[in-house]
Structures are given as structure tokens and as C-alpha cells.
Write a protein that binds this ligand. Structure first.
Ligand code: FE2
Length: 298
């Protein structure tokens, strides 16, 4: 990005050029085409395809030649190859900081929708984190899909930015306000385990100088600024997510398939698990403080 996406005045030309390049990338319809990977030995060409897709769409879907090769060490290795080093740990991740996303009936996980079979509304990861723990990228690897449902929909947050700016440039300003979106504290058994988190929807990532987005479409336990412009911007955003948006892709990952992404907007549909406990949906999720690198030699 050759311009500051949060400064609108004077950036029209640079913005238009960047926007047109972004839009053109969709002409080849490669955004939801998986990159085929040799799990044991990723080739330079395979790696380069992943990086190109990430640069264009902020995500890439991949498919392993051997569906059983996708264990946690593969996820960690893949992350490193694309510049993802600093793993985020959270309350529910396993000891190695990679989370096993599956339906959990007991323990700490039970209060959290990711560990249920319910739908997950649109969001970017870590929208409740403080700045020091900003999630910039993730790897989501499917070990086993659900018997039915459990699709992931994704929208490149830079496309969301473009659609908002095209609708009304002032929406970008509203979403860049530092107090536009507040997540109330997380209280477990009467104890506050995370304080309230206020911040912008759109910000400029100080490391990469690229756009970062913090968003959740949930309607409970979330406080949006009440002014008219914010509310209009939010309505416009919801329309993009729930309407017939040509830039939203739907991905129902099969065993051995996965997604790498620069924390784009995503959701998950509800699903039904198989009765057999060995065949229930299982995804590995690694979240990082780094972004996917933009060049092979970086
Ligand atoms: Fe997520």
C-alpha cells in the first residue's frame, strides 16, 4: 500500500490506483482456488503461489497432497515458511499455542462459541485484544470436516475498506476513530480476566504500514459509538457481509485443506458432527502477531 488508507484528503489518486489493482486480481477467479502443496517438501513455486495469493487477497486456500500429513508440526512449519513466527496463546489454546477447534462439552471451553457447533458471526480474530497482542495472521488447518455444514466465509478486509470508501469516504473516518468499538470486560465467575477494550475498526499496522481491521458483527456484549455516521457505516458494513457480495468466498475445508490469512473478515456456519467420536470436526488454528511476508526473500 503506497498511501495511508486512513488519510483521505489528497490520497484519491494513489487510492484509485491501489483499488484498481486490488479489483483486477479477481479477474482470474483464483481467490478460492486451492494451492496444491507437497506436505513433506514445499516447493519454491508452491510457496510463491501462497505468497502471491496472500498479497492479492490477504488469504490463500491450500490443499495437501497427503490429507493425513497436516498435524500441528506441519502447521507450525508452514507458518514459519511464510513469515509467521510469533504465536499468540489464549485462554483456550493448547500448551503449544495452537488451538484444537472442536466441540468441547466440558471445561473452560464450554462458554466459547468456537468450541461449539453453533454459527460464528463475522469477525476478525482478536478484536478483544489490546494492541500489544494484535493478531495479524492465522493458519486454519482442517483435520476433519463436520458431517454437515461448518463452512468458512471470508472477505478480504481491504475489499471491505474499498466497498465502504466507495459508498461514503466518511465511513472510513468514522471507523478509524479510537473509540468507535468497545468490547466490555470478560468476566468469568465474578473475576475480570480481561478489561474493556476500546479501539478503532480500521488502523494502520505500524510494522507493515498496511490496513488492519478490528471487527465483530455480534450484537451482544459489544458497544458501538452511537453517532449517526458510525451507525450508517456499520449498516453499510453489515450489508456487505450479509448481502450478495461478489468478493465473499465460501470455503468448506476438507481433510488436509487449510487457509492462511492476514486476519481477514471471516465467519463459520453452524454444523452437525458425526456420531462417531473419531469423526468429529477438528481444525487446528494458529494465530500470529506477524503478517504473512510479502516477498519470497523477505
Ligand atoms: Fe476467527
Amino acid at each position: 500500500m503506497q498511501f495511508n488508507p486512513l488519510i483521505l484528503e489528497g490520497s484519491e489518486k494513489a487510492y484509485a490506483k491501489w483499488r484498481d489493482t486490488k479489483l483486477r486480481a479477481y479477474d482470474n477467479d483464483l481467490q478460492d482456488a486451492p494451492v496444491e502443496l507437497d506436505a513433506e517438501n514445499l516447493s519454491d513455486q508452491q510457496l510463491s503461489q501462497l505468497l502471491t495469493r496472500s498479497r492479492q487477497f490477504n488469504y490463500a486456500i491450500y490443499r495437501l497432497d497427503d490429507p493425513d500429513a497436516g498435524d500441528k508440526s506441519f502447521v507450525r512449519m508452514l507458518g514459519k515458511k511464510i513469515g509467521l513466527q510469533r504465536l499468540d496463546g489464549n485462554l483456550c489454546s493448547d500448551e503449544d499455542n495452537i488451538s484444537s477447534i472442536q466441540v468441547m462439552q466440558t471445561g473452560r471451553h464450554t462458554g466459547y462459541i468456537p468450541y461449539s457447533d453453533r454459527q460464528l458471526t463475522w469477525h476478525t480474530d482478536g478484536y478483544y485484544n489490546d494492541e500489544a497482542r494484535t493478531i495479524r495472521a492465522m493458519v486454519l488447518h482442517c483435520v476433519r470436516p463436520a458431517a454437515e455444514g461448518g463452512e468458512n466465509l471470508m472477505l478480504d478486509h481491504e475489499m471491505a475498506y474499498i466497498q465502504l470508501r466507495e459508498a461514503e469516504p466518511r465511513f472510513i473516518e468514522a471507523f478509524a476513530e479510537l473509540d468507535v468499538l468497545t468490547i466490555p470486560p470478560n468476566i468469568e465467575n465474578g473475576i475480570e480476566i480481561r478489561g474493556a477494550q476500546s479501539g478503532p475498526v480500521f488502523s494502520l499496522d505500524s510494522v507493515s504500514q498496511r490496513l488492519h481491521m478490528r471487527f465483530s458483527a455480534r450484537t451482544r456484549n459489544i458497544e458501538w459509538k452511537q453517532d449517526a455516521l458510525t451507525q450508517e457505516a456499520l449498516a453499510c458494513m453489515r450489508e456487505q457481509l450479509d448481502g450478495n457480495n461478489p468478493y465473499v468466498i465460501t470455503c468448506r475445508m476438507q481433510s488436509g485443506e487449510g487457509i492462511i490469512a492476514n486476519n481477514v473478515l471471516h465467519n463459520r456456519t453452524a454444523f452437525t458432527d458425526a456420531d462417531d467420536s473419531q469423526k468429529k470436526r477438528l481444525l487446528y488454528r494458529a494465530r500470529y502477531y506477524d503478517r504473512v511476508k510479502s516477498e519470497e526473500n523477505e
